[in-house]
Design a protein around this ligand. Structure first.
Ligand SMILES: Cc1cc2nc3c(=O)[nH]c(=O)nc-3n(C[C@H](O)[C@H](O)[C@H](O)COP(=O)(O)O)c2cc1C
Length: 325
């Protein structure tokens, strides 16, 4: 809600955040996207270097490729080289932790290697069964996933984050994840990049009509980001709001719903393809918008936005009422 009489100067607003025990200058994570091919090396270098300069966290894309082909390791390690002091999140898929047809599950030693490869501060396990369901070669064996996750959480030297990639996490799933030992939730909700739509496009290019239709049919499947945030914060775990966050104002809304930080993927990939200056300009805009929203909400610190009065309207309100969040 708007505060017509703020008590502090806009320039004195504190935008910092604490995430898993570490201070960030802004409540922002450059969400995991890439690694595993030559072009990805440049993108990871630009994004990680911008993360280091601006004091935000940085996530890598799935590191499975580096375990299969060791010549690809530098496309990931470039991130740590470019961001020696940043909070870096390693990345592996839940499907790799469960035996699939014709593929064994990664061992605890493999997972450890993924973490050590980039001296990661946390490990994200991405939950992407929607994408896997639409891919023809998709890995949809999920029985035993909870147990595998529990084992990883018990053995990991760094905190493990559960991360959806566009279909969202409900309160009920977040509670199960907490029991498994997960230390933070990246809600990866509906409303941003759609892997169902992306896989439908790829299927169409291959001339695979059945998978094209399946992807299109499930483009709107999932829990919207705002709803997922409201549900997951109930667990008491730190929550990353990802999925369609496009501005500092979106971030302010997510923080008002209780998120600790926000994750942004696609807009920062676009900027990274232009170069580091474009990424830093995007982050500057984000910071100014978040500062403005915090100031106009009458708060001194962005991390206090959850204390601000708020109104939830429209479809989001319908979801929250029906789910009793
Ligand atoms: C090109 C691209 C590649 C991605 N690769 C991964 C990945 O390897 N692992 C992962 O956990 N998430 C991956 N994601 C998902 C993002 O981390 C994020 O959850 C999702 O894109 C939603 O954020 P957005 O709406 O800001 O793009 C990828 C996203 C994009 C756009």
């Amino acid at each position: 809600m708007h505060d017509a009489l703020p008590a502090v100067d806009a320039s004195a607003i504190d935008l910092s955040a604490t995430f898993l025990g570490r201070e960030l200058r802004l409540p922002l994570l450059i969400s995991g996207m890439t690694g595993g091919h030559e072009r990805a090396r440049g993108v990871n270098q630009v994004l990680a270097s911008a993360a280091e300069r601006s004091g935000v966290a940085f996530g890598l894309g799935s590191q499975r490729a580096a375990l299969r082909d060791r010549s690809l390791i530098p496309t990931y390690t470039i991130a740590r080289d470019s961001a020696p002091t940043s909070f870096i999140i390693a990345n592996v898929g839940i499907s790799q932790l469960v035996p699939q047809d014709g593929e064994t599950a990664l061992s605890l030693a493999d997972v450890r290697e993924i973490i050590d490869m980039v001296r990661a501060d946390a490990l994200a396990v991405h939950l992407n069964y929607l994408e896997e369901s639409v891919q023809p070669e998709g890995q949809t064996r999920a029985a035993g996933a909870f147990e595998a996750l529990t084992r990883i959480c018990g053995a990991s030297p760094v905190p493990v984050v559960a991360k959806e990639t566009g279909a969202g996490i409900t309160r009920e799933v977040a509670q199960r994840l907490r029991i498994a030992g997960i230390r933070a939730i990246d809600v990866g909700g509906l409303g941003g990049t759609s892997f169902a739509a992306l896989e439908a496009r790829r299927a169409d290019m291959r001339g695979d009509e059945a998978r094209t239709r399946l992807g299109v049919r499930f483009t709107e499947w999932g829990v919207p980001t705002a709803v997922a945030v409201a549900g997951c914060v109930v667990t008491g775990l730190p929550v990353i709001a990802t999925g369609g966050v496009r501005s500092g104002l979106d971030a302010a809304k997510a923080l008002a719903l209780g998120a600790s930080i926000v994750g942004v993927a696609r807009p920062l990939l676009r900027a990274a393809l232009e170069g580091e200056a474009a990424v830093l300009a995007w982050i500057d805009r984000f910071a100014l918008e978040l500062r403005t929203a915090t100031f106009l909400s009458g708060q001194r610190r962005a991390r206090d936005l959850h204390k601000a009065e708020r109104v939830v309207t429209g479809r989001t309100h319908d979801w929250l009422v029906q789910l009793r969040y």
